[in-house]
Design a protein around this ligand. Structure first.
Ligand code: HAM
Length: 482
């Protein structure tokens, strides 16, 4: 098949385009009556049905985002890293539904928390049940542990997950209404070593990605010791009520521990003098916390004690921790990369047997934002190095079996089946920056050959179709598969 230099091959098409442009201009200046214009707009080409447009193009919802292929390498790197860690630490994958009974989150995360009180997507389904899009996954996993009688499995039951969560929060950088989390949960084990091991997993994860982090830790004790502390805290804050921001005045009655989370400057100054929860821990919790820290020291995992770390979910007991990108700890925008802790009473609160448990979750988008901001390289997602160009119906049909041969050899091919001309196809190949183009025309289909074109040098060779995969492997330096 004679193959023209694709730059020259385009001259006819270019003429056509120019003529088209002229026609378009003539149409504009001719001032058709409105009805004639409408007819022209509705003109139907032989193979295209009429499209009735209704309204403006749909908009992306506020706080939601599309993830495009340009970010694929980040998602791949994060997923690959955590998947490997899950396997090596013995965690099994769990996927729970995105929709759960609203009551599950009210009872576990807590009705007075921001997450449940303000941010849940809750509604009635057609059967009249009150349901919510999950704002987090720990509650669902505790529910699933009960649903499937996991108590009867060897303990601890170690589970990991990856998926979208929904919170109708005020959108801002790093804060979305749909975001992805991955998390690890170990249920059925009280030992402080589990808390430390989960922190080791987190540390390993960020080390592998090359992102420096700080782990902040604290202990919240038991509900009883926390209650004594809360009373002390409320009395301290009451005496300074006049200096508090409006939100903190509300927190004083509703959720006093959250007073410690306020980022307002005035409230922070008051907080710095506030009583610290560690001084109110019961002996068993204090002992447990000391052992967590001892295990972290032993594993040489650095951490920072933060006596004011309380987390925004009600189910925590004893150890709590948060992961911050190094240098972000004092940020007032509250963009922790992840958080977790122990929730020894949650399974029982939801109707199961007493089951001590501990876990963490990391926000995927926040990790990606940080990797980009810090310009940390992640492995590139492989892109096709070969473009497949076809000319004519027979070649297009034949191409499917050739594609299959390349797929089996693990070599991805790019193509543009909708393009007829070789020029248009090679232009796309150029844009994709592939090294080689394979060209299959009618003649090649008949004599069982195919052309391989070096895109840089513009040189073409004729190859037997049966040998093309091996030939491409040689050119790309890929060893042949046995
Ligand atoms: P959390 O602190 O609410 O904890 O969320 C964990 C992480 O999810 C956050 O540190 C952040 O990276 C990400 N995240 C939260 N909200 C948003 C948002 N609006 N936009 C983007 N990312 C967000 C939990 O969810 C607990 N379930 C963690 C846990 C597991 N505790 C024990 N086990």
């Amino acid at each position: 098949m004679p193959v023209k230099n694709h730059r020259k091959a385009g001259s006819r098409t270019r003429e056509k385009t120019t003529t088209k442009k002229k026609t378009a201009k003539a149409t504009k200046t001719a001032k058709k009556p409105a009805s004639a214009k409408a007819t022209a707009d509705k003109k139907v080409t032989a193979d295209r049905p009429v499209v009735k447009r209704s309204g403006k193009a749909p908009q992306l919802l506020r706080g939601m985002k599309d993830t495009l292929p340009a970010d694929e390498k980040y998602w791949d790197a994060i997923y690959g890293t955590i998947h490997r860690l899950a396997k090596s630490f013995g965690y099994g994958r769990i996927d729970t539904p995105i929709l759960e009974e609203t009551g599950l989150f009210v009872r576990s995360v807590g009705k007075d928390t921001d997450i449940v009180g303000k941010e849940m997507y809750s509604f009635q389904n057609p059967s009249g049940e009150n349901i919510s899009l999950r704002p987090e996954a720990t509650a669902s996993i505790a529910r699933s542990y009960i649903t499937h009688g996991m108590l009867n499995l060897p303990q601890p039951v170690k589970l990991w997950y990856w998926g979208p969560m929904f919170r109708h929060d005020r959108p801002q950088s790093g804060r979305y209404r749909q975001f992805y989390q991955f998390g690890f949960e170990a249920l059925g084990e009280e030992s402080p070593v589990v808390d430390a091991q989960l922190i080791v997993v987190v540390t390993d994860f960020f080390k592998e990605l090359g992102l420096p982090i700080t782990v902040q830790v604290n202990s919240l004790g038991t509900p009883e010791s926390r209650q004594t502390y809360k009373t002390e805290l409320v009395s301290y804050y009451r005496s300074r009520r006049g200096q508090l921001c409006d939100d903190c005045k509300k927190r004083l009655n509703k959720n006093p521990l959250r007073l410690l989370d306020c980022k307002e400057e005035g409230c922070q100054a008051i907080r710095n003098e506030a009583p610290q929860i560690v001084d109110w821990l019961d002996d068993a919790s204090k002992n447990h916390f000391m052992k967590v820290l001892e295990a972290l020291d032993e594993a040489e995992v650095p951490y920072v004690l933060n006596p004011f770390l309380v987390r925004g979910l009600d189910y925590y007991t004893r150890t709590v921790f948060e992961i911050w990108s190094e240098g972000d700890e004092d940020e007032t925008r509250q963009i922790a990369l992840g958080g977790g802790g122990r929730y020894d009473l949650l399974v029982e609160m939801l109707g199961g047997r007493p089951t001590p448990a501990c876990g963490f979750a990391i926000g995927v988008e926040r990790v990606i934002n940080k990797l980009k901001a810090e310009e940390i390289a992640v492995p590139e997602t492989p892109v096709p190095e070969i473009f497949f160009a076809q000319l004519g119906e027979q070649a297009r049909i034949k191409s499917l079996s050739l594609f299959e041969d390349f797929r089996k050899a693990g070599i991805p091919l790019a193509e543009a089946f909708s393009k007829e001309s070789l020029k248009a196809q090679l232009e796309i190949a150029n844009k994709l920056k592939v090294k080689y183009a394979l060209i299959l025309g009618q003649k090649e289909v008949l004599d069982g050959t195919i052309l391989i074109r070096d895109m840089e040098a513009g040189i073409q060779e004729i190859v037997d179709q049966k040998k093309i995969v091996r030939e491409v492997q040689k050119k790309l330096g890929v060893p042949a598969q046995e």
